[in-house]
Design a protein around this ligand. Structure first.
Ligand code: DGL
Length: 280
């Protein structure tokens, strides 16, 4: 048990390797504006998607511990790569020793729960980082709930760097977006539903839609994660009591705060103030 942790209520922690989790935070804030949030982006060490299991787990656990030390009782991993590679180990092996009453939740399960009623062909595609695709988390989770769905995955290693470097509207992005959509549809031409299995990808949505044939539904995760969190807090009033509600949102980055606030404003459509944060 970590003795440094306060028992007083605190903000909900939202973590991502960089800016991508802001697409999730945006939706959560829309759904639950009364809560307080601390967003932590590990921009100095992004991307996670090409890193090993061990490193993603180590970095994610460091971030979760920092958010707990800042008073959070509940942390959302707003990152598929961290959800795929670190969530279960943290839940099963680390939380009991840190504080069995704290919770860490991911973004894959709420997304997977949504697709059963959306796909008619029962052929689903997943666009995600190499790490998420290699982990097989999407097919494994989908088959637990919907064993009949055929899942094809396509890793898109250039997409996170395009977003992190503010190139997602550039003509160069078209090349990489088209390439991966074509690859995915070559794997299975009956796909009628595509999951954007990386929280950075909603920024590329206009380009993704440009290269997709008509009739394919694209799923961005934000609304499903927000709805699932709301329902979780309703079902767990003991956790809800530990989440403060003053509508305050704090932003932390492991990179330069100036760089973060410039880029984050394009995600959030508003000016924000940011603090630099050192994770050791
Ligand atoms: N937003 C993260 C995800 O959802 C991006 C991972 C990365 O840093 O490569 O997977």
């Amino acid at each position: 048990m970590n003795k440094k942790l306060s028992k007083s209520p605190g903000a909900i922690g939202v973590f991502d390797s960089g800016y991508g989790g802001l697409t999730i935070l945006n939706q959560i804030k829309q759904e639950m504006p009364e809560y307080d949030y601390i967003y932590l982006g590990d921009n100095a060490r992004t991307p996670y998607g090409t890193r090993s299991f061990e490193i993603v787990y180590e970095f994610t656990l460091q971030a979760v511990n920092k958010l707990f030390e800042m008073g959070c009782h509940l942390v959302i991993l707003a990152c598929n790569t961290a959800s795929a590679k670190a969530l279960r180990s943290i839940q099963i092996n680390d939380l009991p020793g840190i504080d069995p009453n704290r919770r860490v939740l991911g973004v894959i399960r709420p997304t997977v729960e949504s697709i059963g009623n959306i796909t008619h062909s029962r052929h689903v595609g997943v666009l995600a980082t190499s790490g998420t695709i290699i982990s097989e988390s999407y097919p494994l989770e989908i088959h637990k709930l919907h064993p009949d769905i055929i899942v094809s995955g396509e890793p898109c290693p250039m997409w996170v760097p395009l977003v992190e470097n503010n190139e997602y509207n550039s003509p160069g992005a078209d090349y990489f977006v088209k390439q991966h959509i074509d690859n995915l549809l070559k794997k299975d031409s009956e796909i009628d539903t595509i999951i954007l299995g990386c929280t950075h990808y909603p920024l590329l949505l206009p380009k993704i839609e440009k290269y997709l044939p008509a009739g394919i539904t694209v799923i961005s995760q934000g609304e499903y994660v927000a709805a699932s969190l709301k329902s979780y807090l309703k079902r767990h009033p003991e956790m809800d009591k530990l989440c403060t509600k003053n509508s305050i949102c704090k932003f932390l980055t492991t990179e330069s705060e100036i760089k973060f606030s410039e880029s984050a404003s394009t995600f959030l459509n508003t000016e924000i103030s940011v603090e630099r944060f050192v994770i050791e």
